[in-house]
Each structure stands twice: as structure tokens, then as C-alpha cells.
Write a protein that binds this ligand. Sequence first.
Ligand code: G4P
Length: 529
Amino acid sequence: MSLSKEISKRRTFGIISHPDAGKTTLTEKLLLFGGAIQEAGAVKSNKIKKGATSDFMEIERQRGISVATSVLAFNYKEKKINILDTPGHKDFAEDTFRTLTAVDSVIVVIDVAKGVEEQTEKLVEVCRMRNIPMIVFINKLDREGKDAFDLLDEVEQKLGLSVTPLSFPIGMGYDFKGIYNIWEKNINLFSGDSRKNIEETIAFDDISNPELDKIIGEKHAADLRENLELVYEVYPDFEREAYLKGEQQPVFFGSALNNFGVRELLDCFIDLAPSPRPKQGDVRLVDPYEETFTGFVFKIHANMDPKHRDRLAFIKIVSGTFERNKPYLHVRNNKKLKFSSPNAFFAEKKEIVDISFAGDIVGLHDTGNFKIGDTLTEGEEIRFKGIPSFSPEHFRYINNADPMKAKQLNKGIDQLMDEGVAQLFTLELNGRKIIGTVGALQYEVIQYRLEHEYGAKCTYENFPVYKACWVEAEDPKNEEYQEFLRVKQKFLAKDKKGQLVFLADSAFSIDMAKSKYPSVKLHYVSEFK
Ligand code: G4P
């Protein structure tokens, strides 16, 4: 098969949702359709169960499973589907943000009863900023939930999306009859039997046909006619171009648990969703169909065995093909590297492969060469944009609790930060180290891993910071900037890349700094040029 055929058949995407909306269940049903697994229950939930936040065994278990489910790949109707796992737990949100740099589109799962929840809002905002094409799946229609129109409104208001339904529910909860598929113009009747792979589908072009009353009953038929009239009146026609630009989002309804509406979603997804998209590098836009290989690291995973400190670096192939044993340039280190056992992912297995294509993810064994965001190429010096760090939510000093193990501690901190577990800031004034995290859970993870993987002990001390702002000076030599540096000295730190950061203790101090030093720009993300 030609390079362009291989690439154009790839669909690399992520499923995002608030925990418990049904992401794991939907993933599993998609895999069933692809024949990648044989039975339900095979995909283990990778989420941290409620109330288990300080249970280290749970954290370790989660790390193990999340390697296995990092990428779930399967073939379906001549397409190669790569699902990238995105942790739903909010303490791992940064992980999810980074994974979103490697997807070409996403499916957003929403619980029909709960509507739009906090974590969905945050994740969708990141997708919106990057114009990632999104399909919305409203799940759990077998349960009582919100009115479909109210939900569509809520999705528009809270998520800032422009939706257009491509299916519409008939009844709900105990009275759920099925869905009308606006896209394929047919009715899918709900049987409630999850073992059935194909639901009963009746082609139904003209819903004014009285046959409809016989199939779903008079009341439901009347409701459906009225609802669809409203849908056609209120929502714009679906336009693929608008969807691809991130300007319009199609919506589907169903029940993942009952395997209902999932085939429609998948069939429509493979038709609509984009194949690998071009990616912006610092010097040029890279097209996936270029013959030479480029790729970048979006995730690093420490292996489970503490005796072998090797890690798995996940590379998204941006262009061309990645081949086993071929030397590639590690751009940041200006070093050629060869990989004798690149892993590709298939369902829940990983296996060594000779060749992978743009859109695919390969896992490379790494002994400490890689950092998140690193680029690999065939020689070109290019760096991919779009893997910024966001301001953490929590900040603590990290102290060495065992003076004999200072070296181990520093090495451990260094490597854990490269993996992206948390962010490190070094105070300009005294060189003290501050760890910034999205959730409090990470502090326990770091402490545990430092001890078990590096033999080092640490303690934490609170450091009251409201937000980390990356500093950009219009002119580093001007007096205003010099004064800013002098006055704010106590609050200035360097991040891991050596960029200057202002650790502001309140929203007020950010506002004050902005008005007093207008030529000093403060950014909430590390990548602003
Ligand atoms: P998540 O990955 O988004 O966190 O959600 P997950 O798939 O684990 O689903 C959360 C719960 O919602 C699970 O129940 C799951 O069975 C249920 N669920 C998913 N889809 C549907 C659906 O379409 N209808 C109904 N009624 N329930 C659904 P649980 O009791 O928390 O877990 P489990 O013991 O069933 O695994």
C-alpha cells in the first residue's frame, strides 16, 4: 500500500469526559466493533476509584494499566483507528492536555443526567483553543436524564460549541425507544440487549409516513416529528468543513453500556473524522504526507520495575514513516539515535514493529534521553509547537530529608519532571526548589516514587502561590524590566527550561504588576511566541 493510502486511513483520536460519564465503557464497545477484543469487560478501567486517592497500591496499579491502555489501536472497515487514552482524574489533567497535542480529533462523552461537568469544560476548552474537531456523544440514554434540547443548549452555553445533532433520541429512561439517525436517515430501535452487536435498523427517509406510528407508537411518533422539525429549524445543516475547522460539532445520542448508538457513532466517525493533520513546527508547517519522518514525544511513562530505570517514550509520528533501526536525529541533544525495538500498539498489546506511519504512535525505550516535547527527525532541525506547560494549581517547596542522598534526590526530581509528573521551579533568590502540580495527589506520587525508584526521601513545605506567570520582556534592557526584576526578586524563579517565571501570590499582585510594568508581559502558559 502506498504511503499516502496508509496515512489517509489513519484516525487518531482521544475520548474526553468527566469521570464516570462512560469513557471506558465507550472505548470498550468501540474495540468490540473493531474485533480487537472478544468480550465486554476486557478493557480495565484506568481510573482511580473514588476514595482511593492516597492508596499507593492504587496509584501503582493505575500506572501499570495506563501503559497498557495508553494507545488502543484496531482496524475497522479498512481504517486504522488509534485511540489515545486520556486520564479523566483531574489530578492528571496535565497528562490529558499533553495527550491532546497528539490527537487529530476527539469524542466528548457527556452523561445525559449530569450534563456538562467541570472536567469536560476544562478539556473542551483546550480542544477549542487548538481548533480540534470534536464529536459529542451523549451517553446513558437508557436512564432518566435531561431533555435533549436543554442538553444541547447546555453544551453550547457551557462549552462554547456550535452543535448540530446528527441523531435524536426517541423517549428516554424506562421509556427509551431508540434513536432517529438524522445522518443515515433511519431508526434504530432499542432492545436493551447489550450483547447484540447490530441493533434493529429501519431505513426511514420520510418521517411523515404513518408507518412511523406503528413502529414506535403514536405518541413517540408525534414527539419525534415535532422534535425533528425543531432540530431542522434551529440547528444549521452539518458541514464537514466547519467540523474539521473546529467550528461545528455534530452530536450523537446513545447508551455505551447497552452498545446502543455506538456503531452509528463509529461509522460516522470514520467518515467524518480527519486523517492525520499537518502540524506547526517552529520553522515551518509539516505535512503528514511528506516522505521524511518527523515526530515528537508527548508522553513518557516510567516502567513498573524499579530495578530497571528505563522508560517508554510515546512518539506521535507527524510525517512519513518511522523505521526500526534507522538513525534519527534527536533535535534538542543534536544526537543520532537508533531504536531496535520500537513498540506499536494493537488493542491492549504492544509489539515490536518494523515500520509505522504518520498518525501512529510508537513507544520507544528510553534510558533518560527524552523530555516531553522533544522532536525526532531524519536530520532537519525543527521543533514542534503546542506542548506548553500551564500554570500549576499547587506549589510546595521540596526539601531533602536524607542528606546522604542528595544526588539521588536531584536525579529523581529531574527525571520525574522530564516525564511531566509535575513542574519544577528554582527560585532566583536562593536556588530553592518548588514543585508545582495540578492536583495534590501528585505530591504523594512523587514522594513515593522518589523513595521506591531512587532511594531518596523528601518533605514538602507550603509555598503560597496563586499562579505561575511566564515572563516576557519587550526589551530586556529597559529600565522598567530591570525594576520589575529588582522589586519582584523574591517571587521570581526559573522553570525547567530556564524560562523566567513570576510566582504571584494573588490575582491582585498580577494586576498590579501588569499596570505598573506594562512592557512586561505575563503569560499563564509557557509557550507564548
Ligand atoms: P469513565 O471511564 O468515563 O469514568 O466511565 P465508565 O465507562 O467507567 O462508566 C461509569 C459508570 O457508568 C459505570 O458504572 C458504567 O457501567 C456506567 N455506564 C456507562 N455507560 C452507561 C450507559 O449507557 N448506561 C448506563 N445506565 N450506565 C452506563 P459503575 O457502576 O460505576 O461501574 P461498573 O461496576 O459497572 O464498571
